[in-house]
Ligand binder design. Structure first.
Ligand SMILES: [Zn+2]
Length: 293
């Protein structure tokens, strides 16, 4: 079965380098990613653009729009990008110019969607600062991918990253597709409800565990931990709207595949590991057609 990894990173972010070195043990380079993809049958990855202007600054209010995968240029055929948005600069006097740069980048067939770092940046997703971004998503028919749940930085603010904030957004922009990252963890039941209620909301299952295989084994063998996610998946009962992603380099790809295989009932594996991504991301389908997949 071919696999699409809808959520990885390939940007020069000090906390990702540190996690790769100390926790997950992956080789955080384009070559390292390609090797893991090849070994695991991953045919395409979508990277979440993010940049920091100095080591450790993430979430960086100074990073210019759009934020990219700056460890890889140009992107190899097996990778696409969601352009990262920094709302602080969008709201600044440079905002108009940066919006033009986002629009320019969205015209590239390397781009699969738009990524918002809710919580990391202290704006609600319904804030007017993002309105022109949603218009661009509509215009280019690309999904808006939204960080939800715990932030991988103590400088995030959780009230902005709670999955319930996306309910009103989805209501306001019914013709834009939204994907909640990390199933809103730890608010997975709230995320499940937002997915089940709103026809234009999907979720990815990335980043639910961070670390190497021994660390994963410990959690995978803890029923309370696994049931925390299973309850939300069973409640939503929308395996056609859940997408596989790893949040690499936060975890090795093969370990994460095993983890999601255990969470999701087998009859839904084709959907979750491959087909749902094509429904949410039309440009992923176009890219795969070109690659002959
Ligand atoms: Zn991520």
């Amino acid at each position: 079965m071919p696999i699409i990894d809808i959520h990885i990173h390939l940007s020069s972010i000090e906390s990702f380098r540190h996690t790769a070195r100390e926790l997950s043990g992956v080789d955080y380079t384009e070559l390292g990613l390609r090797r893991e993809f090849e070994r695991c049958g991953v045919v395409l990855g979508v990277g979440m653009g993010v940049e920091e202007t100095s080591p450790g600054a993430f979430p960086d209010i100074k990073a210019a729009n759009p934020m990219r995968l700056d460890l890889s240029d140009p992107l190899p055929p097996f990778l696409m990008e969601c352009v990262g948005i920094n709302p602080v600069r969008l709201a600044s006097p440079e905002g108009r110019k940066e919006l033009e740069r986002i629009e320019e980048r969205l015209a590239s067939d390397e781009v699969a969607g738009i990524k918002l770092y809710a919580g990391y940046y202290h704006y609600f997703v319904t804030d007017e600062v993002y309105a022109p971004v949603y218009e661009l998503a509509r215009q280019f028919d690309v999904p808006v991918v939204i960080h939800t749940g715990d932030t991988y930085s103590m400088n995030g603010l959780l009230k902005y990253s709670h999955p319930l904030t996306v309910d009103e957004l989805a209501y306001r922009y019914r013709d834009v597709r939204f994907m909640l990252c990390h199933l809103g963890d730890p608010w997975v039941m709230d995320a499940a409800e937002v997915v089940a209620k709103n026809p234009n909301v999907y979720a990815d299952l990335s980043g639910l565990v961070v670390g190497n295989r021994p660390h994963f084994e410990r959690f995978m063998n803890e029923p309370l931990f696994m049931d925390h996610f299973r309850r939300a998946l069973v409640y939503a009962d929308r395996y056609d709207k859940m997408l596989f992603g790893t949040d690499w380099p936060l975890a090795p790809i093969d370990v994460y595949i095993d983890f999601v295989r255990r969470l999701v009932p087998e009859q839904h594996h084709d959907d979750v590991f491959y087909r749902n991504a094509l429904r949410v991301f039309p440009r992923v389908e176009e890219r795969l057609a070109r690659l002959g997949q």
